[in-house]
Write a protein that binds this ligand. Structure first.
Ligand code: F6R
Length: 611
């Protein structure tokens, strides 16, 4: 996820671009850059770090001042570490280009372009797009057609903005699976990844659709889709600036819950070979000998990431038969943990900066091969380990983790299938089945998010409860833990997660009419029936049941409680991803009813960089 802004008109472009980028910093902030046309040429300035660093640099120079055409970018790295060279805009000949998205076939395109003489200055997937557009310009194509031709070569997701130094009155735009809007002014036009960037200047907005290409000039916009001219409706935005920043949602947490279908897609995009039914993770540089030598896997993490590791254990053991353990990072280093050259130690961390996880993986690296599953390129953990599998959740602003968790689950699922493929522990048909089920996940997550108003009603019914018990079995037990953690951290209500079968060994003593029991029921016949038996024990003691299930229309369950939240079924292994969504929403709504500061809960920090 990155933020992009463009301006063409009669005003000075630079202040408008910078103010737009300030509104979009929530989309990425590891580096930023601008390209502005003025005095007969395009000047590019880029800086690593937050936008403030770029502003400082721009204050020291004046090359960009005065021009009234420009583009700007705030980056969240996906390919290539955060650095000045990898920051956007990328330039090639006449072209300056910015990008939000992922070019899946960039390796092969880069090889072809290099053979043709292009010289690359960055490690990014984006730079190939600048070279492609320049190549087509050099063949005599109009800039709009050159971008079109480039997009025909590219596979992946993108919002591209390009300017051509020989046509300094146009911004060329292309969109596929990544948001882009055009703000309509009077003799001026604004382009951005999100509405807040243009709101100070105009409330008239066109939202582009997938496949749209736009030729934006100060006095009009030409839009084509599939080579044919199309009209897109001009919408009038009535949001106030703060609501706009949160995409119209009341809190970042709710916005991020709704972003999960996209974040999950971004995480498996380019890693699933649909035709072969296989997983491709070229970023992992394990050689065959190294892989064959792995006799044990140990995951280390904290909090929500630790819950993702508990699900990972199911994936690893089921697909690869490699024994797997999960340790709290804070515990791993304060005991005589056993690990050696045949143990692969994997850190899972959204931020890549959690002090305990960093220290644990540093210690592991003294004796074992290490890797990380991480959301932040260039973070301390990502730099410390041999191999990194990045989640592509984009920045998570709410302190309570939501989309980082579901993307971690996708990443460890990909990893487990990949290891199984390389070690030959699953039949190719099984690999194909597991791989293809991923493709159904985004739609199922989207449907699960739509239970929002049903969950809100349940939350209203139970808003006054002082304690909650969360129960799950098998692969959904970690989700019970995660649901309980979400409730604790944002609503300050006590909650505990338990394996459903363990209830009778202690927690059952707590159950009475004041104790809501949130239970996860997977469709799997054996576990469903066993969990129903556990619920009868709850019912017999007057406990109130809130059930989340991917088994539609179970009479037994509906007879036990009126609080049943049904979500779609994709596969047994992907159930945890979908079951998580109603639990995130339940915690969210109870917190809102309790009037807590949902996005910034008391005593918590987004990244725990101290022990
Ligand atoms: C809970 C939450 C925390 C983090 C934990 C690890 O919502 O966000 O429990 O999961 O602090 O953080 P990372 O993943 O950044 O290492």
């Amino acid at each position: 996820m990155c933020g992009i802004v463009g301006y063409v008109g009669f005003q000075e472009a630079l202040p408008i671009i910078i103010s737009g980028l300030e509104k979009l910093e929530y989309r990425g902030y590891d580096s930023a850059g601008v390209a502005v046309y003025g005095n007969g040429k395009v000047s590019v300035t880029r800086a690593i770090g937050k936008l403030g660093e770029l502003k400082k640099l721009l204050n020291e120079r004046s090359a960009e001042a005065g021009g009234s055409l420009g583009i700007g970018h705030t980056r969240w790295a996906t390919h290539g570490k955060p650095s000045e060279n990898n920051a956007h805009p990328h330039t090639a000949g006449r072209v300056s280009l910015i990008h939000n998205g992922i070019v899946e076939n960039y390796v092969e395109l880069r090889e072809e372009l290099e053979k043709e003489g292009s010289q690359f200055k960055s490690e990014t997937d984006t730079e190939i797009a600048a070279h492609l557009v320049n190549k087509y310009l050099n063949k005599g194509l109009d800039p709009f057609d050159a971008l079109k031709a480039a997009c025909a070569d590219i596979r992946g997701s993108y919002a591209f903005l390009a300017i051509d130094s020989q046509n300094p009155d146009r911004i060329l735009v292309a969109k596929n699976s990544t948001p882009i809007i055009i703000g309509i002014g009077k003799n001026e036009m604004f382009v951005a990844s999100d509405i807040p960037a243009v709101l100070p200047y105009t409330r008239e907005v066109v939202i582009l659709e997938d496949g749209d290409m736009a030729d934006v000039r100060c006095d009009g916009v030409r839009i084509e889709n599939n080579g044919k001219p199309v009209q897109r409706k001009v919408q009038t935005i009535t949001w106030d600036p703060i609501t706009a920043q949160k995409g119209g949602y009341k809190h970042y947490m709710l916005k991020e819950i709704h972003e999960q279908a996209q974040a999950v897609t971004d995480t498996f995009r380019g890693r699933v070979e649909q035709e072969e039914g296989a997983i491709s993770l070229p970023e992992l540089a394990f050689d065959d000998k190294e892989l064959a030598g792995i006799q044990r896997i140990v995951f280390v993490a904290c909090g929500t990431a630790w819950h993702a590791c508990l699900v990972a254990k199911f994936y690893i053991e089921s697909f690869t038969q490699i024994p797997c353990e999960v340790d709290y990072a804070s515990e791993f280093r304060y005991r005589q943990a056993v690990f050696d050259k045949n143990t692969l130690v994997i850190a899972v961390s959204q931020s890549g900066e959690t002090a305990d996880t960093l220290a644990a993986i540093e210690l592991a690296g003294t004796r074992s091969p290490t890797m990380a599953v991480c959301n932040v390129l260039g973070s301390s953990i990502a730099r410390k380990v041999g191999n990194v599998l990045f989640t592509h959740a984009g920045p998570e602003i709410s302190v309570a983790s939501t989309k980082a968790f579901t993307t971690q689950l996708v990443a460890v699922y990909l990893l487990a299938i990949y290891l199984a493929q390389r070690r030959g522990t699953l039949a190719p048909e099984k690999v194909g089945e597991l791989t293809h089920s991923l493709l159904h996940l985004p739609a199922a997550i989207q449907q699960a998010v739509e239970v929002n108003s049903a969950v809100e009603k349940v939350a209203q019914r139970f808003r006054g409860a002082k304690d909650f018990l969360y129960l799950g079995r098998g692969i959904c037990y970690p989700i019970a833990l995660e649901g309980a953690l979400k409730l604790k951290e944002i609503s300050y209500v006590h909650a505990e997660g338990y394996p459903a079968g363990e209830m009778k060994h202690g927690p059952i003593a707590l159950i009475d009419e004041n104790m809501p029991v949130v239970v996860l029921l997977q469709r799997s016949k054996e576990l469903f029936e066993k969990t129903i038996s556990n619920l009868r024990e709850v019912e017999a003691r007057g406990g109130k049941i809130i059930a989340v299930t991917d088994f539609e229309g179970s009479k037994e369950l509906h007879a036990l409680t009126q609080n049943v939240i049904e979500v779609p079924f994709v596969s047994d292994f992907l159930s945890p991803l979908i079951m998580t969504i109603p639990l995130q929403l339940l915690a969210y709504h109870i917190a809102v009813f309790n009037g807590t500061d949902v996005d910034l809960p008391r005593n918590l920090a987004k990244s725990v960089t101290v022990e």
